[in-house]
Structure formats: C-alpha cells, structure tokens
Design a protein around this ligand. Structure first.
Ligand code: FES
Length: 448
C-alpha cells in the first residue's frame, strides 16, 4: 500500500518539540500545504515553525498523483452557472497563478523534482456533448482550453477538453528540497489551540499567526468545518512497463480512469466514495479491469488510496479561520486538486498576514456563504453524520470487540478490510488496527 513516491524518496527524520517556544507563525501540518505556507512565510521574513503529528508528507501528500492543473474535472460550466463568469474565471486564474508560482519556486531554488509542463485532458468514451459544453465554458473564461479529438491515448475516446501548459512532478522530491531549510518538529501532536498558543503533547508554541494546514481543521468551534465538508477516498494502481503518456488525463465517465505517467510507470486512478462507506477492494478491481484492457503491457507494481476534503460549494476554504479568531488561518477543502490548491493557499495566507491585496481572497474566503449551492450537500452530509452518531450512541457501554467509536464526536467506525484500518463515515477520521490516529479531524487515538 505504499505509493511510488514513498518508495523512491526518503525524507530525513526531524526531532520532536522539546520546549516551549515563541515564533512569528506556527503551521500545523507538514504536508504540501503546510510546508509551502511555511516556506513563503520564511521567505517573507517571518520566523516560522511547522508542527507535525507524524512524519513530513506522511499524510495525503505522499498519496497524491501530483497533477498540477487548473483543470479540476467538469467545473467551469458549473461554476459559471452557480457563481457567474467573473468568479468562474477568477477560480481558473487563481490555479493558473499557483502553477506559475510552483514553477518559480522550483527554478529559483534549483529543485530537481522532474517538473514538466504538458497538456491536461478531460476525456470521455461516451459523452461528447458534455465535453464540448465544458470546453466552450472554459474557453470563454480565457483559460487556454479547447475541444479536441486528438488525445494521444492509445484507446478510443469521443474527444477531450484540452488545457494547455499544465504540469506534473515528483511530489516528495519537491517536498524534500523545500523542507530542507525549514524548522519542523515531527512526532509532535497538537492537542488544543487557545488564543495565540498551540499546546502539543511535547510543549507549547506561542505565535502571532497560527495556520491550520492539517488537511482537516482540528478545532470544531468556531469555524464549524465539520458541517461544511466531508471526506472522500479514491484509489490508485501503478503499472510498470508503459510508454509515457503525452499529457495528464481525467475521465468524466463513471468507471473512467485518471492517468499520468512518471517515466515508464503509469498511474491509474479511480473511485471517489465517502470515507468508511465502501469496500476498496471493489474499486481496485474496477480500476484493474479497465487498466488491463487499455494497457495490457503494464505490470502492476503497487496500489494505494488517498483521502480528500470535499466542501459543499466546491471551493477550498483558504483564509481567516473565523471572524472570532483574527490570528488564525486555515487551508482545507482542496477536493482532489491538492497541488495547485496548496500553492494557492500558501500565497493567500502569506498575503493575508502581510495585508497584501490579492484578487482571489473573497472567492476562497472561509466566511463566504452560498446557501443556494451548499444547502443540498449540507443536508446530505448532516443526514450521514446523524446516522453515524446514532450508531455510535447504540455502542455506548458495549465491549469494544468489532465495534469502535470515533474520538472526534462519537460516530460508529467502520472496519476497512483492504487497508486494515478503522474509518469514520461522519467526517473521515481514520485509525490503525491498534487504534492509533491516522487522519484528522480527531485529535486522539482510540484508547486515549
Ligand atoms: Fe467526526 Fe468521526 S470524524 S465523528
């Protein structure tokens, strides 16, 4: 279950926090988003430290397919309908700016991480009309998009939306390089945050600015992020011996594959289901079947899953954590597009702290409110959480055995046979078979 990135790069281990300290800014989470934020803050002159409960890039960052793109599925037609052309265009421009900034960092710091520019394709084997409409919407917004029948794939499609100048890289080679000069404390779990203080299991950090970049925010109130997004999992299988593809690919079909190459290794991704709700075995079987059909020369080498936060209105939350917490900042809800969203959040949070004007602030503001778009997903999520909580209440007082309750808000956990972990269907916390916390929003192991 190890990604090809983790197999090929080892990041040196850091010490845990040993004493109480004071800094300008503290970042919670040493994934792509936290490290990029810390890097830009240090670059801007702020003394910054990063706190990480496990290892650097040990969460979702090591499991990404590392596509760097503003092509986020079928979104531009939908964004235009929901929010108007101006905001839909800003969304695309913001992520294009993030691609450019990542490239700048790589060039300025001479980072060898196999970064390359290449086209992004949104393709289908069934629905040409939907692709044409999406291409038209994106083109109208000035995003360098067009409809094409030439995909560079070896199998038939009905066409694709082509975005020019997208990119890919090796995420851990990049992380290893940018984390080198940062102050990072590993194996240091944050227990609580009060005013300008972060309390960990190893010591206290006082800072003017606290940045929650830990995938899912760990403070429930204020902010209420647990009511504004849920978590979904998707699966990846890597195959050796496949000729490199000329682009990065994302299918709009139900069983379609997301594709990218890394040399002769092909990554095939699929699925997308609420954490704790499906047997991953089924998803791997479906990906395997499709991949073997299209790339019979491939030899399977490994597989893994990734987990993403899905906000109700389809846009990340980046900015002030809550109006009641002026020095707190948050970056979450990246959906499946963590590379550009991480870079974008680092830029936005740096500018927020330094009060630099940024055209994308309002679009991603956690204080935004879009009831017409968010109401449906909100009620669906609320119903799921009530179901999980009700099951959790039934388990109260029962012997553990095959049943466990989540340490976040008490929902009943589901056992994931494939990965041998406990998963929470309410907000997505996961625990290993010994009960050790793997993913937030919970802050505690099962036995604490
Ligand atoms: Fe919220 Fe489990 S993650 S109850």
């Amino acid at each position: 279950m190890e990604s090809i990135w983790s197999r090929t790069v080892e990041i040196p281990e850091r010490e845990c926090l040993k004493e109480d300290i004071r800094v300008d800014a503290v970042v919670i989470g040493a994934g792509m988003s936290g490290l990029l934020t810390a890097f830009l803050l240090e670059e801007s002159g702020l003394k910054t430290v990063v706190l990480e409960a496990g290892r650097i890039a040990g969460g979702q960052t090591k499991n990404t397919t590392a596509k760097i793109t503003s092509q986020h599925g079928m979104i531009y037609k939908k964004l235009t309908e929901n929010f108007g052309e101006k905001r839909a265009a800003l969304y695309g421009q913001a992520h294009e700016a993030a691609i450019g900034e990542l490239e700048r960092l790589i060039k300025d710091n001479h980072i060898n991480c196999h970064f390359s520019r290449l086209p992004g394709y949104l393709y289908s084997q069934k629905d040409r009309k939907a692709l044409e409409e999406e291409a038209w919407a994106a083109e109208k917004l000035g995003l360098g998009a067009s409809f094409t029948e030439e995909t560079g794939l070896s199998f038939e499609t009905v066409g694709a939306v082509r975005f020019e100048n997208q990119a890919q890289f090796h995420p851990l080679e990049f992380i290893k390089a940018i984390s080198g000069g940062l102050s990072i404390y590993e194996h240091t779990r944050v227990r609580k945050v009060r005013r300008n203080k972060v309390y960990t299991d190893k010591g206290r950090v006082t800072a003017d600015h606290i940045i929650f970049a830990c995938h899912y925010p760990i403070v429930n109130v204020p902010g209420f992020y647990f009511l504004r997004q849920h978590q979904e999992k998707s699966c990846v299988i890597a195959w050796d011996n496949v000729k490199p593809l000329p682009g990065i690919y994302y299918s709009i079909d139900k069983e379609g594959l997301s594709l990218r190459s890394s040399g002769n290794i092909l990554l095939t991704g699929g699925g997308g289901f609420r954490t704790g709700e499906k047997a991953e075995g089924e998803i791997y079987t479906s990906i395997r079947k499709e991949a073997e059909r299209f790339f019979p020369e491939g030899r399977e080498i490994t597989h893994w899953s990734a987990q993403d936060c899905m906000p109700h209105d389809g846009m990340a939350f980046i900015g002030q954590y809550s109006i009641f917490k002026p020095g707190w900042h948050v970056a979450t809800g990246f959906q499946k597009w963590g590379m550009t969203s991480s870079m974008l959040s680092a830029m936005l949070i740096r500018d927020e702290i330094w009060e630099i004007e940024n055209p994308y602030v309002l679009l991603f503001s956690p204080q935004r409110f879009h009831p017409a778009v968010s109401a449906g997903p909100f009620f669906q999520d609320a119903a799921q959480s009530m179901k999980g909580l009700a099951k959790g209440i039934v388990l109260l007082g029962k012997k553990e055995g095959k049943h466990r309750r989540c340490t976040h808000m008490g929902c009943a956990l589901n056992w994931n046979e494939e990965e041998e972990i406990w998963e929470c269907p309410c907000h997505g916390s996961c625990f290993d078979k010994e009960g050790k916390l793997l993913t937030e929003p919970s802050k505690k192991d099962l036995k604490e």
